[in-house]
Ligand binder design. Structure first.
Ligand SMILES: [Zn+2]
Length: 94
């Protein structure tokens, strides 16, 4: 999923097991400072803190900041997508 130049991300359902994500958002004044989404089965998490985005797919962690180039973000997105597909196909085999 893309929104503009941002990679983004799955904020409602886990891309791997389709569970509803648990979330936790902290606001400071009117500015969104932190956002956390976690799969209850622990195979996916997304967090955003102070310009840094962390995404965990299975046991692999990916991160980027708002300072990273779109090229770098696109590469990370591709890795995330591959890892997601890989884990999904493993889940299907079980
Ligand atoms: Zn999951």
């Amino acid at each position: 999923m893309f929104y503009g130049n941002n990679i983004i991300m799955f904020k409602q359902k886990c891309p791997i097991c389709d569970s509803k994500l648990e979330y936790d958002i902290d606001n400071l004044d009117f500015y969104l400072m932190e956002e956390h989404y976690n799969c209850p089965n622990k195979d996916y998490s997304y967090s955003y803190e102070y310009g840094m985005t962390n995404i965990t797919i299975g046991n692999k962690e990916f991160n980027y900041t708002y300072l990273d180039s779109n090229v770098k973000k696109a590469l990370i997105l591709k890795e995330i997508k591959l890892e997601t597909e890989r884990l999904k196909s493993l889940t299907r085999l079980e």
